[in-house]
Design a protein around this ligand. Sequence first.
Ligand code: ZN
Length: 250
Amino acid sequence: MVDKSDRTRDPGLLDELLTVRRGTAFWHRAVDTLDDDELDAPSLLEGWTRRHLIAHVGYNARAIGRLVLWANTDEEHPMYASPEERNREIDLGATLPARALRHLNHHAAVSLDVEWRDTPEEPWSYRVKTAQGRLVPLRETVWMRTREVWLHAVDLDNGARVADVPEHVLERLLGDIVGVWAKRDTDPGLAIHVEGRADLGVLGAGADDPGETAPKETVRGDLPAVVSWASGRGGDRLTEGVEVVPPRWL
Ligand code: ZN
């Protein structure tokens, strides 16, 4: 048991925890409105049924729970033994009876929430390793999970839309995606305009070359449309650049 007084009082972190809880509730609502026989239908992620997606989100909570344990005990607990093991687990989870699959999904999320809640101040800055091998402070796991629950609710393809995701989540997500492109040097030199958000400026490698004479491609749309496109979930709501293929992000 952790003494309540040891829990974090960092207002920024408490806000992030609130956002992930809201996203988790959003995800569960999307799953809960599906009948058992609707679980077999494809998700928006290629090669995955909704069952695969639900198993993945459940096991992702457990995997992040291992990072919480790692930070709290100073004893290494990787998210997954290997990428193959991660995929094998998802394939197997997808074959669970509907009741067991739903239980996995709920139970894993509740456990993770409790583990975060009971983490005292200090371990939040402890460095853990993501599945991609990045070293990040434990606090980053809250954001990792935030992305998962909001976006995968959309991937269930039963009504949740990118436009339902809170604006501050979309903003941070877009920053992540553009950042990854820049770091991997896969940014195709696009100028990305987010309508109605002049404060975000023009994003992408094409944004900082005003002297450039060659015409560069432009992608334009409101924030949900741009995030949908940039995260590989379709650009059909863009007002410009619908045909532009975004580089891979994950
Ligand atoms: Zn995922």
